[in-house]
Design a protein around this ligand. Structure first.
Ligand code: MSP
Length: 539
């Protein structure tokens, strides 16, 4: 926010001197675009929720955020899924994309744009981008034969197969031979190594950067980038008989969405601020192919890729079964890919699902998903810690202060003010490192400190007076600050706390760090008790 920064009611925070407009800090964040061969599942929700929380945090910081997600709609895999349902590919994708949009709305995903690769803007950008590579001499015609997995939309060598099958999907691979166009990836080995040398932070965590370097050092082979065996793709502008290979069109979506081929100024504003959040399964595409493609087309590679691990069920990726509750008939076993985010939200509530995904699976490592995990985490952190604090404070404000919240005590010598500033600093550092679970841990330590202070002071037993006011005012102030810090994770729940505290607007209208400074709760506001915010779930 430029100029006066207005916090919650009754309080203004740091005002910039007139005439000093800050340089706009931009944050362009992308998720992978998801295949529409099937409906969204909890694995794709994991990436999307994490990206959403990160986007929200940057909005709190006052950055100009552009948060993109979308769907990858071309290729053999989608064409096969459509055919299996006796539908034209476009009709199939139109139908499936709705399920993504609905699921993301239920999960309160705050994307600024939703890109579909079948849109004309994308076709235009892909053709422009690849024509530039062609004109630069990095695309040539040739014959390709190899072992292809349709689920991956990728070729494998004999050695990479496991028992003769795709190492990721376990499905049989097919022998393919095609006349198609190749991208001279091999010409970019040294340039990629130089890029990684000059940009040590561009892939995080470090282990994933090393994995990318390993691929490059292992030697890069040219890639076949067009197909003639089907028509469901972006047409190759210089040869009608071909469409682009799906990965070659998909990656370019990140440029399409900021106006590539249509609005150079917009690209120049957003592209240097691009951050891709991806799963570890698509590292090679984003950390080897994509930067080389950008180099070939004369575009700077995206400066930041964050690679996360996988949600597992019982230690296995996507395949292990478990006893299902959500979206299943009673106790039927389900696969992770069958767990629909919408059904989870229905069963546990949006805050419980978001919080579990952000808090229990550290970004960068693999982690376990389970219904028991959602319930245990929800009961411990949301029902017990945060919910109890909010409920208890509102009840005692009702009984001891006539329902009107007192102002907090001064920051000096105040343990909770100190704890709040420690939490803000720790959370800020954690989000900077893309470690949402640590940011939430730090925030919940502050909640724990406020609960401990209340336990020690027992204001419910004391007579009304300045001491009770001080204790309750401090607790209300903690609830205000926690609502800000936890807003990226559980926007619904903390917006309701905010409202019950009598504050206007919502946590999302605030700016950090100024609005998290101790003393923002003005006092004199009517505090509403309401029904329990986070009722306990049956374990
Ligand atoms: N369409 C490509 C991506 C193109 S990006 C230019 C694709 N789509 S996908 O639908 O298969 O989605 C893959 C992404 O979904 C992963 O990179 C990851 O972000 C997310 N996940 C899918 N399963 C997952 C888990 N089990 N756990 C965590 N994330 C998972 O690949």
């Amino acid at each position: 926010m430029v100029g006066a920064v207005r916090g919650q009611r009754g309080r203004k925070v740091a005002r910039r001197p007139a005439g000093t407009l800050p340089a706009v800090s931009r944050f362009y964040l992308t998720t992978p675009i998801y295949y529409v061969n099937d409906a969204p599942h909890i694995g794709t929700a994991y990436t999307t929720v994490n990206a959403d929380a990160l986007a929200r945090w940057h909005r709190l910081l006052g950055d100009q955020v552009f948060f993109l997600t979308g769907t990858d709609e071309h290729g053999a895999k989608i064409a096969e899924a459509a055919a299996a349902h006796d539908m034209a590919p476009q009709d199939w994708t139109d139908q499936t994309v709705k399920r993504f949009e609905e699921s993301w709305a239920l999960l309160e995903i705050s994307n600024d744009d939703f890109i579909r690769t079948t849109e004309p803007r994308h076709h235009k950008a892909v053709q422009h981008f690849l024509q530039a590579i062609y004109d630069a001499g990095y695309i040539y015609p040739g014959t390709y034969s190899g072992l292809y997995c349709v689920s991956c939309e990728d070729y494998y060598t004999e050695e990479q197969l496991v028992d003769g099958r795709c190492p990721i999907h376990g499905r049989p691979v097919v022998e393919m031979e095609e006349q198609n166009y190749f991208f001279k990836l091999s010409a970019f080995e040294q340039r990629l190594l130089d890029w990684y040398g000059a940009n040590p932070e561009c892939v995080r965590p470090l282990t994933k950067r090393n994995e990318a370097l390993g691929f490059i050092r292992g030697g890069l082979r040219d890639i076949s980038i067009t197909r003639t065996s089907f028509r469901w793709g972006v047409p190759v502008p210089w040869d009608d008989a071909h469409v682009f290979y799906v990965w070659y069109d998909a990656l370019i979506n990140y440029l399409t969405a900021v106006g590539y081929s249509e609005d150079d100024r917009r690209v120049a504003e957003w592209w240097p601020a691009a951050h891709h959040l991806i799963g570890k399964d698509i590292l090679k595409f984003h950390c080897v192919w994509w930067p080389a493609m950008c180099m070939a087309a004369g575009v700077d590679p995206a400066p930041s890729v964050f690679v996360h691990g996988f949600l597992l069920v019982g230690g296995e990726k996507l395949s292990k079964t478990l006893l299902g509750r959500s979206g299943t008939d009673g106790e039927r076993p389900v696969r992770l890919t069958e767990i629909a985010p919408a059904a989870l939200v229905d069963d546990f509530g949006v805050d419980a699902v978001r919080y579990h995904l952000l808090r229990d699976v550290p970004l960068g490592s693999d982690g376990d998903f389970s219904y028991e995990g959602i319930v245990a985490r929800y009961n411990a952190d949301l029902a017990n810690n945060l919910g109890n604090l909010a409920q208890r404070v509102a009840t005692v404000v009702g009984s001891k202060c006539g329902g009107v919240g007192p102002a907090p005590g001064p920051a000096e010598g105040n343990r909770l003010a100190e704890a709040a500033s420690v939490a803000l600093e720790a959370a800020s550092g954690a989000w900077e490192r893309v470690a949402p679970h640590e940011a939430l841990e730090a925030t919940w330590r502050l909640i724990g400190a406020a609960n401990a202070e209340l336990e020690a002071a027992e204001p419910w037993k004391a007579d009304p007076g300045p001491e009770v006011d001080r204790v309750l005012g401090n607790a209300l102030e903690v609830l205000r600050i926690v609502s800000l810090l936890a807003w990226p994770a559980v926007p619904s729940g903390v917006t309701e706390i905010w409202r019950r505290l009598g504050l206007s607007g919502g946590p999302g209208d605030c700016r950090l760090p100024a609005d998290a400074a101790w003393g923002g709760y003005p006092g004199g506001l009517r505090v509403e008790k309401g029904s329990p915010l986070f009722p306990r779930h049956r374990p």
